[in-house]
Ligand binder design. Structure first.
Ligand SMILES: Nc1nc2c(ncn2[C@@H]2O[C@H](COP(=O)(O)OP(=O)(O)O)[C@@H](O)[C@H]2O)c(=O)[nH]1
Ligand SMILES: [Mg+2]
Length: 384
């Protein structure tokens, strides 16, 4: 895996002619696996670099210590929002990278790369919490140096296969199959730690809502729509009242007449929330946490008094921010590959529904009753 990822990252280093790198760590959602790959790439490229933690305002010292432990090193931490320790970090950047340096600013999305460059240069740059706000390399002059802003997800576009699995070293389809299934399984297992607290909390709160007569509504787009449908399907099979509304079938929904059904449609979010009462639970699924109608529906449902649960890989995203409870997967080492994330989300969804069923005392027989095919006598053709 490292070889491919190094290539993925080294290529842009070459393209932008970097002579140094700043690696920003989002202390609130560090995504250690991705950081390790960034680190490895920087080392392989032989670039002098400085790692800096940002968003110190959102975490306590114990979290910082555990990130140090996981990454095997200490580094300065700051908050670009409150300004805490920023002057020291700026001085360190100046010391580490001499005049004439071309410094590439790396880090996952939302770690504050653009915010740091804006802070240093005093420029008014486009900053946002939606993944993909910065999409191109952008150069900014700063005290005789050049700071290069990057995308949180750096991909070697010269490679034919930029999503999915890394088949480096696999010679046969059989080996590829083994690699693929192992990667999928790893994605599920590495989600255990990040998902557990949110999962248990969500379970408890959802059970409460169901006991009080509420229902579950699930939503998502694209592959996450499939996850949302699967959760709803499993709910049905275990006797939990559940509805799934995604943008896939939205053309058939009343909302399509008036408001549109795209991922960015507020009308779709409002339509979903119309079906959610304050007694209900809305589960929003989004790998990135940045799918428009999904996080907006969650925000509105929460306003309405419903319980809102997010299943996402990215805690530091609009969906992560708006949901009462976040079940965070940790399946994605890097890149836009979403196979592992979807698989992990499916596993989390299955676990959620099955554990709920177990806690509510649903027996195998009850469940089979929900699944039994049943024919209903119907009128004969032509008889009115
Ligand atoms: N709480 C908090 N938010 C921050 C901090 N620094 C940046 N942000 C916010 O994080 C989001 C992402 O920032 P941005 O600079 O666009 O990140 P990038 O994707 O790495 O370029 C924005 O909403 C910023 O306002 C910080 O220190 N604390
Ligand atoms: Mg940016």
């Amino acid at each position: 895996m490292s070889t491919r990822v190094t290539k993925k990252l080294v290529t842009p280093f070459e393209v932008c002619g970097a002579t140094g790198a700043i690696l920003l760590v989002n202390l609130y959602d560090p995504q250690i696996a991705t950081l390790e790959l960034f680190l490895e790439a920087v080392h392989r490229a032989g670039l002098p670099f400085l790692m800096v933690g940002n968003k110190l305002d959102l975490v306590d010292r114990a979290v910082v210590q555990s990130i140090y432990r996981e990454l095997g090193q200490d580094f300065p931490v700051m908050s670009l929002l409150t300004g805490e320790n920023v002057p020291n970090v700026v001085a360190e950047i100046e010391r580490r990278f001499p005049e004439g340096a071309r410094v590439v600013v790396l880090g996952i999305f939302n770690s504050g790369k653009t915010s740091l460059i804006a802070r240093l240069t005093g420029k008014d740059l486009r900053i946002g919490d939606i993944p993909g706000t910065t999409l191109e390399f952008e150069e900014h002059e700063w005290k005789g140096r050049v700071l290069i802003d990057t995308v949180g997800q750096v991909i070697d576009v010269n490679r034919p296969f930029m999503v999915g699995y890394d088949f480096t070293g696999c010679n046969t389809p059989g080996e590829m199959l083994e690699r693929a299934l192992r990667l999928e399984a790893e994605g599920i297992l590495s989600s255990l730690v990040t998902a557990k607290t949110g999962f248990l909390r969500a379970l408890e709160l959802i059970k409460e809502r169901l006991d009080q007569g509420g229902k579950i509504v699930t939503t998502g787009a694209g592959a996450s729509a499939l996850v949302a449908e699967e959760i709803a399907g499993q709910c049905y099979e275990t006797g939990v009242p559940c509805l799934c509304i995604t943008n896939n079938m939205a053309q058939a929904l009343p909302v399509s007449f008036a408001k549109g059904t795209g991922e960015e449609e507020g009308g779709l979010a409002r339509f979903i929330v119309q079906q959610v009462s304050e007694k209900d639970v809305l589960i929003g699924v989004s790998a990135s946490g940045g799918t428009g109608f999904v996080y907006e529906a969650v925000r509105l449902a929460r306003e309405k008094g419903a319980l809102t649960v997010a299943i996402t890989e990215n805690l530091d995203s609009p969906l992560g921010k708006y949901a009462h409870v976040v079940i965070k997967s940790n399946a994605k080492p890097e890149g836009p590959s979403s196979t592992r994330v979807q698989t992990a989300h499916l596993a989390i969804g299955h676990a959620l529904v099955c554990i709920l069923a177990a806690l509510r005392g649903v027996s195998a027989e009850d469940s089979i009753r929900c699944m039994l095919p049943e024919k209903i006598a119907t009128k004969k053709m032509g008889i009115k």
